[in-house]
Design a protein around this ligand. Structure first.
Ligand SMILES: Cc1cc2nc3c(=O)[nH]c(=O)nc-3n(C[C@H](O)[C@H](O)[C@H](O)COP(=O)(O)O)c2cc1C
Length: 204
């Protein structure tokens, strides 16, 4: 089985935000799709280790901001590389609107948003699939949407050249994190974006 096939699937990119008891949080996801049209339904797959996961499970609401091609890497760093358990991702961040469900949406590096409420959940092991109805949606700009391929090709900084080393290096194909090891343990999880060993590629 060649897990590289997973890298050939095409995806969009989204800031998934939620709100619970006065607390805002958000993370980056690539797993949002329109699931149905009548009623208008979307689904998202969220890693159970993510703080956003726990907040959505309890609040039953979320907003999806659709990331556009002009998004800066900083947007991914802020929302996709740290956990809201450790930092307040919205501290000092002004590019937001609060929607009717009390959650925030992102207004920079995004072209539209939708506000959703959860109707079903499915436990699929590492992730929960949340199925949700769309309560409202708005277009913010005409900038085309970014794809996961854009993230890898143009948004994510290229790894810096380091001094040659004899040690085997593995790179997370999601966030670019690099680790030196002969082999990664089967249960290895990227400390930055929490993707599994199968998302790591050998660099040398
Ligand atoms: C490009 C990119 C795509 C990602 N896609 C997903 C995804 O589809 N589902 C998911 O649960 N996490 C995904 N992540 C990882 C989360 O955004 C990341 O683990 C985040 O730090 C979780 O924050 P939280 O603990 O505050 O929720 C992605 C990260 C990046 C950089």
């Amino acid at each position: 089985m060649d897990t590289k096939v997973l890298h050939n699937l095409s995806y969009g990119l989204f800031v998934l935000s939620t709100h619970l008891d006065g607390k805002d949080n958000a993370c980056i996801i690539n797993t949002a799709i329109q699931a149905g049209s009548d009623p208008l339904t979307v689904s998202i797959a969220v890693n159970k280790l993510n703080y956003t996961h726990d907040l959505i499970k309890e609040s039953g609401i979320f907003n999806l901001s659709v990331i556009s091609k002009d998004a800066k890497f900083d947007l991914f760093k802020r929302f996709g590389f740290a956990s809201g358990r450790e930092v307040d991702k919205f501290e000092g961040y002004l590019n937001t609107i609060r929607t009717f469900n009390d959650a925030l949406v992102i207004t920079e590096g995004t072209n539209s948003y939708m506000s959703c409420w959860v109707t079903d959940t499915m436990d699929i092991g590492s992730h929960t699939i949340f199925v949700a109805r769309v309560a409202d949606m708005q277009v913010l700009s005409k900038e085309p949407s970014a794809t996961y391929a854009d993230y890898h090709a143009t948004i994510k900084p290229k790894p810096t050249q380091s001094a040659p080393s004899n040690k085997t290096k593995w790179r997370c194909s999601v966030c670019g994190y690099e680790v030196e090891a002969e082999e990664l343990p089967d249960d290895y999880i990227c400390p930055i974006c929490k993707h599994p060993k199968s998302d790591f590629v050998k660099v040398n």
